[in-house]
Design a protein around this ligand. Sequence first.
Ligand code: ADP
Ligand code: MG
Length: 260
Amino acid sequence: MSAKSISIERVSHTYHPAKGDPVIALSDVTLEVRDTEFMALLGPSGCGKSTLLYMIGGFLPVEEGAIKVGETPVTEPHPERGVVFQHFALFPWKTVLDNVLYGLEKNGVPKSERAARAQKYIDMVQLTGFEQSFPSQLSGGMKQRAAIARTLAVDPAILLMDEPFGALDAQTRTLMQDELRDIMRLTPKTVIFVTHDVQEAVRLADRVAVMSRRPGRIKEVVDLPNSHDESFRQSPQFLGMVDYLWGLIREEATAAQTEH
Ligand code: ADP
Ligand code: MG
């Protein structure tokens, strides 16, 4: 599938819990994500990042404002938008291969193509040899790679990732970040990658959208240099970007504390 732009126009969202007061999670969020762009969505905990991602995914209704993919309003989930959530969503009773095959079947890929496709993406996330393993036999990093393979195998034009590496140890996390950049080079997609980790955002993204404290709005969209190699990560420019973004997040986290 070819990649697509995402336009978020003046979107608000209020939760109405059965008990207690309504929670205004998002207020007037406007953001344009370009075709094949890697956008990191960065913000303090509870600012509405997951809420926004669920809405783009079509899992929560858009009641105020509009979200469009290309020219088409989002109304429900669609295979063109692949999602990877923070907590691995593999079927524990299926092997790695069967988990990936299931995603292909569910998304209408013809049976004759499924096996080769599944293998290609299992190889891509470097799980070759673990096709017949069950999730319980894999490390956390391997489970998350299997979940990513299942999503990528469907070849969605858009990839929505909600803190996908949040549960991984630091070393696996760095490896996965590098793998993700490599995968994007091979099969370009439009990506929205939610994180609260400033370094991760700068390592991965083309631009970073910083959200304010709840109710979440877009505070600032920051351009990053068009380079993600090791020399960039060692450069003063990288550290400068990290510092700058930390400053923005700190402002929000501090203000949120003094409000409560
Ligand atoms: P983030 O992902 O940035 O941590 P969320 O989008 O999960 O933030 O949540 C935004 C706000 O909405 C938080 O204050 C959270 O407690 C609240 N919230 C999330 N889901 C619900 C829900 N189902 N009912 C009520 N409040 C919710
Ligand atoms: Mg969240």
